[in-house]
Design a protein around this ligand. Structure first.
Ligand SMILES: [Zn+2]
Length: 84
């Protein structure tokens, strides 16, 4: 999914360059910046979600996904010994 936001940022740059070439500089910059910022925010969000997913492990008792360093399962309430 992260690639969509990279493309959006690229589209923003194209809009800005296209704006300069076609004489529609202000429209190009406004639309281009919106695409660029939107893409940047989205990309960061995806990276953050990926990082969170990496910290999840299945609970040894109920197999629901929980935080790696959790000491108690939020799903079944079992005490869990830290992996490390
Ligand atoms: Zn559990």
């Amino acid at each position: 999914m992260g690639n969509v936001y990279v493309l959006l940022q690229l589209l923003g740059v194209i809009f800005i360059i296209g704006g300069f070439y076609s004489g529609q500089i202000i429209i190009g910059i406004v639309v281009g910046l919106i695409c660029f910022i939107w893409g940047g925010i989205g990309y960061r969000k995806v990276q953050k979600e990926k990082k969170l997913e990496k910290n999840l492990i299945p609970c040894p008792y109920c197999k629901e996904m929980i935080q790696k360093d959790a000491i108690k399962c939020k799903h079944c309430g079992s005490d869990i010994e830290p992996a490390s």
